[in-house]
Design a protein around this ligand. Sequence first.
Ligand SMILES: Cc1cc2nc3c(=O)[nH]c(=O)nc-3n(C[C@H](O)[C@H](O)[C@H](O)COP(=O)(O)OP(=O)(O)OC[C@H]3O[C@@H](n4cnc5c(N)ncnc54)[C@H](O)[C@@H]3O)c2cc1C
Length: 358
Amino acid sequence: MTPSAGIVGAGIMGRMLALALRRKGWDVTLFDRDTEHGTQSCTWTGAGMIAPYCELEAAEQLITALGVRSMDLWPDWMQHFAKPVYYKDGGSLVVAHPNDRLELERLKRRVSDNAPRPDIMREINAAQIGELEPELAERFSSGLYFPFEQHLDNRDLLHAMATTLHRDGVRWITGVEIQSVNAGRVEGPDTWSFDWVFDCRGVGAKEELPTLRGVRGELLYLHAPEVNLSRPVRIMHPRQSIYIVPRPNQIYVVGATAIESEDVREITVRSSLELLSAAYTVHTGFAEARLLETSVSARPALPDNLPRFFVRDGLARINGLYRHGFLIAPALCELMLSYLDRGTAPEDGAKLFEQETV
Ligand SMILES: Cc1cc2nc3c(=O)[nH]c(=O)nc-3n(C[C@H](O)[C@H](O)[C@H](O)COP(=O)(O)OP(=O)(O)OC[C@H]3O[C@@H](n4cnc5c(N)ncnc54)[C@H](O)[C@@H]3O)c2cc1C
């Protein structure tokens, strides 16, 4: 008999899992309180970098391993989507102003100590920076280049996933507030029953996952006709590194803050000033940029900032993607499918599975 799945939450995790289960022939229903655009999701705000090595700045090696696996899986996902997504694999660049050179050194050491292979990072000089990003020539005397890293347009991705969900025949119930997610059962204004239920509600799952917290992140969308950058540029800073991530048509995402707060009200003046001045110090062409939009959301995080599968028969809660949703969702999806096939946690991800007690 065809197995049935109810998936609650249509951010990157819920959409990807819905597509993956559908590909395996499951009968899938997806629920979200939002519309199909997904503007209330954290995925709508996220910058879309797939940067497993740069993230070593603050993340564990396990995140790098999941990210490296996801970088292998993304091209297959891109092939599967019903429409093309802005997705690039030209690497990332990390630079620092003279006063912050120690931060660059610190990142270099941290990556060298934890790198799975020596070729994932190259130390480059001013001329080599100019070869990669001509408009940054002579602005920085040295930098780090991560040739294999990727980035994508998160909103394009949400849209492509929505189109594919329809093409593939996933039932999608939008605008529905789900009150409780349990083994085999989803409860909102109605009650729905399935063989398996997957809770992918991000911060919205707090009531059932009390250790979950939101980490506020703010970013800006700029239209900068005088700036031509082709890959994410990260600027090291003692407080928080700031990045500029290109989108088509000279639009740039500049982010992001990380504040221990679930407040998702508008961006503050302090954060706007920090982000804008960081962008301007990288490229003076940002002076004439137009500020198109600000975006704020709360990243779903567990106490150790690692993702988890909380499982019991008929139920899996996948959460804690924190600042790594685009980086790790394909690998998490693969681990989930492997768990469903085997009935037990796969060895390479065993640490991430926890049995949920009733
Ligand atoms: C500023 C910022 C920058 C980021 N940059 C990056 C980056 O460059 N690279 C990277 O890998 N990650 C990045 N992230 C992190 C990434 O965006 C998240 O890890 C990811 O989006 C989490 O996805 P999710 O599917 O778990 O949750 P979400 O995207 O939040 O999806 C959860 C869904 O559940 C729905 N929902 C919640 N509660 C209910 C309910 N009761 N009933 C019905 N529906 C409900 C919501 O409407 C939502 O659609 C960034 C995040 C932020 C905030």
